[in-house]
Write a protein that binds this ligand. Structure first.
Ligand SMILES: [Zn+2]
Length: 322
């Protein structure tokens, strides 16, 4: 850099003379320059800060943007969770409960605890209060819905296992598995084959050969096994619970004892012609709360639709003929 020299006109002798600064003046000059630079830098810095922002502010605003994005994602997750719970509620109300003949859970119960008192008062007064309250209320809704759903499903599970238990006890199969011919059905008989007098036939006869295996038609416990003086000869009575009992008569052999628990399909006896019987057959009877029921309306599991129809037809034609 070129060194600049200053000259000044000396009027006393009209000559230019070099100006020589005193060191104090030089120092003052330097100080003034420095102060001026600092002033310019400060003004410029303030201007930049106010219009564009400092690096620190930029970082902070970046972080705020990231937080906003994360909030949005969390909000979406919350909405998804509510959606999942809603679809569970639909399965609950439209699928499981109707099958089990259960009432649906009232919506008021699913939303219990909402409304009324302002539960989010603590979250008020912040810059992002609205968002906080919105999310907190969604979280609370999810908690309540999930709890109610859990309870609902456990009651469905309980009901379905109870229902399964009841189905297992229901006398739902035929007591013999051979290709049997149906004998007399559940009807008024003008002439009893042995007594020769009119008598109600309270069961269904199966024309099976002597020695045919007889099975329990549902789970239950044996309440009678032995000779029946009422005409059924060797006879078994099973109590299935739920007010249902089945009777197996005219047996040649009994394979169970009174008090024994049996499962559907267990071998309980062998058919015969004991008691008041005109020939080998199984007399099968179903009682519900003490009233005789038509056994044909009970078995369905092991019988095909066609076989079932045939049975009904056979039963109806027999009822008409006799
Ligand atoms: Zn009979």
């Amino acid at each position: 850099m070129l060194r600049t020299r200053k000259y000044v006109l000396d009027l006393s002798d009209l000559q230019y003379k070099q100006v020589r600064w005193h060191w104090k003046k030089k120092l003052l000059h330097i100080i003034l320059w420095f102060a001026g630079s600092v002033l310019v830098a400060t003004v410029y810095g303030t201007f930049i800060e106010n219009t564009i922002g400092s690096p620190k502010e930029k970082l902070l605003s970046q972080q705020v943007e990231n937080l906003k994005l994360q909030y949005t994602l969390v909000g979406r997750e919350l909405d998804n969770s509510i959606g999942v719970l809603n679809s569970l509620r639909l399965s609950d109300d439209r699928r499981y409960r109707p099958i089990l003949d259960m009432d649906s859970v009232p919506e008021s119960y699913r939303k219990a605890g909402f409304g009324g008192v302002d539960r989010y008062i603590d979250l008020k007064g912040y810059m992002n209060s609205d968002l906080l309250i919105e999310y907190k209320s969604k979280i609370d809704e999810i908690k309540v819905r999930a709890t109610v759903q859990k309870e609902s499903f456990s009651s469905i599970a309980e009901m379905s296992s109870e229902w399964k238990r009841e189905m297992d006890h229901f006398p739902g199969i035929s007591p013999v598995s051979v290709n049997f011919r149906l004998g007399d059905g559940y009807k008024w008989r003008t002439i009893h084959p042995v007594l020769g007098t009119p008598r109600m036939h309270n069961g269904q006869d199966f024309e099976v050969p002597y020695g045919t295996e007889v099975y329990a038609t549902g789970d239950g416990s044996v309440i009678e096994s032995g000779w029946n003086s009422g005409g059924f000869g060797n006879c078994i009575v099973i109590d299935h619970g739920y007010g249902l009992q089945t009777v197996y008569g005219h047996l040649s052999d009994i394979k169970v004892i009174t008090g024994q628990n049996v499962k559907r399909g267990d071998l309980i006896g062998i058919s015969g012609s004991s008691g008041l019987s005109s020939g080998p057959h199984l007399h099968y009877q179903v009682e519900q709360f003490g009233a005789h029921k038509n056994p044909v309306n009970f078995f369905n599991n092991d019988v095909s639709v066609e076989e079932y129809k045939d049975m009904i037809q056979a039963f109806e034609s027999k009822s008409k003929l006799r």
